[in-house]
Design a protein around this ligand. Sequence first.
Ligand code: HEM
Length: 410
Amino acid sequence: MSDPALAAVPSHELFSPEVAADPHPLLHRLRAESPLTWVPPLDGHLLTRHADIVAALKDRRLTTANLGQGLDRLSQAERDELAPLLKSIRLWMGHTDDDDHVRFQQLLKRYFTPATVDTLRPRVRQLTHELLDAVAGRGRMDVVKDLAYPLPANVIAEMLGMPTSEREQLQAWSRDITAVFAPADFERLVRSRDSVLEMQDYLRGLVAQRRAEPREDLLSMFVAAEREGVVDEDEIVANCVLLLFAGHETTANLIANGLVLLFDNPEQLALLKSRRELMPTAVEEMLRLDGPAGVVVRVTAEPAEVAGRQLPVGQVVYLAMLAGNRDPEVFADPDAFDITRKPNRHTAFGLGAFYCLGAALARMETDECFNVLLDRLPDIRPAYDAPDRVSTSPLNRRLATLEVAFRPTT
Ligand code: HEM
């Protein structure tokens, strides 16, 4: 539903090469001029002010059960073809509400607390060293391919209990699955469906193994919960897909985007090298300035006031974290990368009931990764002209490659 009284941002502007390279001039303008903007290419409203985003994240009338958004542009036949994909994604804990959501949170949260995650720190350090061992003699690497993706992918795969041999396949599947966040592209959605089905078949095999022979991993925990009647197999495989996918796509982008921020701000890089105790606040600042989940989606399940306007049921609202996290009302000098910034009330991990399950894990992985990187490759420097961004969405910032150079070591 478009509201003629609302300011609108046209398609050619939102999807322009300038906005893909740097969305912030547009987002600053929208935040200053129209707190609620109608976005025709996305069939929804866009929120850009921090206070409105926080209020929307806390408002349970705005639901995450948002699958449908963008899909109504597809024909019925196309939607039928995508049915297995939709069935699986509907079971993801982040897309369930109330009782089902709480049931999954209770099952999983103890494995993702800061204290539990901290026990994985030595393993994350070791994995980072192994990845750097493989490239240290070369004097060059693609940070995206050689470090940022494989590190969190290996960590979440180990937590679940997925064998090493399948980890490359995991990355390929996950890349296809990102299409569910750009639901207007039918061809990509079909690939996404095929990848979800392949991944689920593979996971069903692992579930069967764990039923026969439980181990100390999340899959075995799910199988034990299945035995007690708490979850069923479809829920297990769908949520393992979610954990595997959410557990590394985002963190990989935080590591890559964070390194670009350090390269773009050499005085902050020098400060971090000399004062490593600043790593936790540096990671928060990376999350704020270029957090990988630049936008989350909600749908009004009941009439709700959003940014001062009454919206009827069924309205899609995009919460542009990327914009809210640079709101000058909340953050002094909002575009500056300041690794000492504290407090830092960004919403990069969401807020409220759907706050990111993996926030502590992502923070720890990024912290360890940068510490090892700066220890091992202190002269690391960019070997690219401009960051090589994937431009499927102007609000979710991903790098395709990130070539860097350093003094080779043995
Ligand atoms: C939810 C961001 C890493 C698993 C979320 C949400 C955001 C987010 C913004 C809330 C979505 C909403 O409100 O609709 C991020 C970022 C990460 C990251 C920026 C890395 C830098 C991870 C990791 C895991 C993970 C490592 C793996 C365990 C989840 C899950 C949810 C979620 C399961 C749904 C939580 C729920 O419904 O209660 N994430 N995430 N995320 N994230 Fe993350």
